[in-house]
Design a protein around this ligand. Structure first.
Ligand code: IFG
Length: 503
């Protein structure tokens, strides 16, 4: 039986693809390498080796072509945590470096490979978004100045891994949105759906219809302070998200959930009379005037400005709870608005009620039901079942924040489903991914958001990223427990669910 060292060499040969030997048994894991078994979301494959890489005052970060942005991001994190200078240098043959390498390979988007040994760290990916995903894994493995040795090969199960933030019921500043983005990306979420307008508030300046923001954005639920993003501020949010490889999907909900718009412009109302601003929490009582031409001039202006502000391919047009719009009017309206969005070069995402109309090719239906009846007709489905993925649902009957109309959702409920097989009527090929909405009727501060989002958002994030084969509650609860020290260090106000053996 070869010595332990011999086994390491043999394993290294095998890892290196020297197919001449078969290792008698796997490498024994070194002490600090529990991190490789507790990466969240669970990677496709991860294995620890002995030893580790020590970051010292001579350590550099090497950035290949296209890797500069990720290198800057990683340097910021590690300089802060280690106090070492970690200069970013061009590729060279020297050791003692953390190399970020993007190959033009046709690797699947966001895939990466992380290799750590005593001699150095190499993070390889087809594209920069894969490097960024790998950096999130590296952040979980690094232990002070030491990065334990090992290997990770990883790629996402679903391309769309989203979180929605409702900034309409209560307004959240740029800084609060950016804080949430930095929390999401730790778990490889890559899409932020911003719910920008609703009955209680319009949160984005539209230059051609300025009262939407200045008046329609002046209040919030319970009469709490309103607010809105100037277009410069909104661009800054988009830029910040893009620097974290997050695509923003803006939502202007219609034809319902429009009281803020109707209150801002009398001509948008069928009777020409503007209703008062609304600070309650009812839904389904408002509708755009489907039969007025001005409605479509209004929407062409709004969608045009929004499209110009949106680098991403999709605009979300809502379509939920249009109880004040007849079914026939709803269908005609949604079909006409899809054409307006397409005319501005964007694709449509909408709540799954759009399936009652004629979804355009490319339109994505976001399922928020509680009875897993699939929305036919859409070319793609994003899953947000309200009884499993709505982060504004209470954890249990005594949760101080949130609502309970869909369900009480403890961590195990949020984790206990499979997006690939959830909708019997939708082939798994139609499932683009998952999204965890956070509605803010009852939420006012970042601490409120965090209490509801953590620890359930990481559960949804794992459903979106990890292979179905890794889905296992007993393993997941340990992965989740290992995140708590990080959340405490970052000041994340998480709910300490009794279901988890927190560290
Ligand atoms: N349903 C409404 C939201 C919000 C939510 C709160 C959707 C698509 C209840 N529509 O969810 O506006 O009020 O849980």
């Amino acid at each position: 039986m070869p010595s332990r060292f011999g086994r390491a060499v043999l394993a290294a040969l095998v890892t290196a693809g020297a197919s001449t030997v078969a290792v008698a048994e796997p490498i024994t894991a070194a002490a600090p390498s529990t991190a490789y078994t507790e990466i969240l979301p669970a990677p496709v494959s991860a294995g620890a080796e002995r030893g580790g890489f020590t970051i010292d005052r001579h350590t550099t970060i090497t950035a290949g072509p296209g890797a500069q942005g990720v290198a800057d991001y990683l340097a910021g994190i590690l300089r802060h945590s280690t106090g070492q200078p970690l200069p970013i240098v061009r590729p060279s043959r020297g050791g003692n470096t953390i190399s970020l390498i993007t190959g033009g390979s046709n690797a699947p988007s966001e895939s990466y490979r992380l290799d750590v040994s005593g001699r150095g760290v190499t993070l390889t990916a087809g594209r920069a978004n894969g490097l960024f995903a790998g950096v999130q894994t590296l952040r979980q493995i690094v232990n002070g100045h030491v990065i334990p040795a090992g290997h990770v090969a990883d790629a996402p199960r679903f391309a769309y891994r989203g979180a929605m933030l409702d900034v309409a019921r209560h307004f959240f500043t740029m800084a609060q949105v950016e804080r949430y983005i930095d929390q999401l990306v730790q778990y490889k979420i890559n899409t932020l759906h911003l719910h920008l307008a609703d009955d209680q508030g319009w949160r984005l300046m539209i230059n051609s219809w300025p009262r939407l923001a200045t008046y329609g954005g002046s209040t919030a639920v319970d009469g709490d302070p309103g607010g809105y993003y100037t277009q410069a501020q909104y661009r800054a949010i988009i830029q910040y998200a893009a620097s974290r490889y997050v695509t923003v999907i803006p939502e202007i909900d219609m034809p319902g959930h429009v009281n803020a718009a109707l209150a801002s412009y009398a001509e948008l109302n069928c009777d020409g009379v503007a209703p008062p601003l609304y600070t309650g929490t009812d839904v389904g009582f408002s509708s755009l005037c489907v039969h007025k031409d001005v409605t479509y001039t209004f929407l062409d202006d709004v969608i045009g400005e929004l499209a110009a502000l949106t680098p991403g391919a999709y605009l979300h047009i809502g379509g939920d709870e249009a109880h004040a719009t007849s079914q026939a009017d709803y269908i005609a309206f949604m079909n006409r608005v899809q054409g307006i969005v397409a005319a501005h070069g964007k694709r449509v995402q909408a709540w799954h009620q759009i399936a009652a109309a004629t979804p355009l090719a490319g339109t994505v239906a976001q399922y928020w039901g509680t009875t897993n009846d699939s929305p036919a007709g859409a070319s793609g489905v994003v899953l947000s079942p309200a009884n499993l993925a709505y982060l504004d649902m209470k954890y249990n009957g005594s949760t101080p924040l949130g609502q309970d109309w869909a369900a009480l959702i403890e961590v195990r409920d949020a984790y206990g489903w499979d997006p690939g097989t959830y909708l019997p009527g939708a082939p798994s090929s139609a499932i683009r991914g998952v999204e965890a909405p956070l509605w803010t009727e009852t939420l006012r501060t970042s601490a409120d958001l965090e209490y509801m989002a953590f620890p359930r958002l990481p559960a949804i994030a794992e459903l979106g990223w990890s292979p179905a084969s890794t889905h296992n509650w007993d393993a997941f609860e340990l992965r989740l427990a290992a995140q708590a020290p990080r959340w405490r260090a970052e000041g994340i106000n998480f709910y300490p669910s009794p279901q988890i053996p927190w560290r």
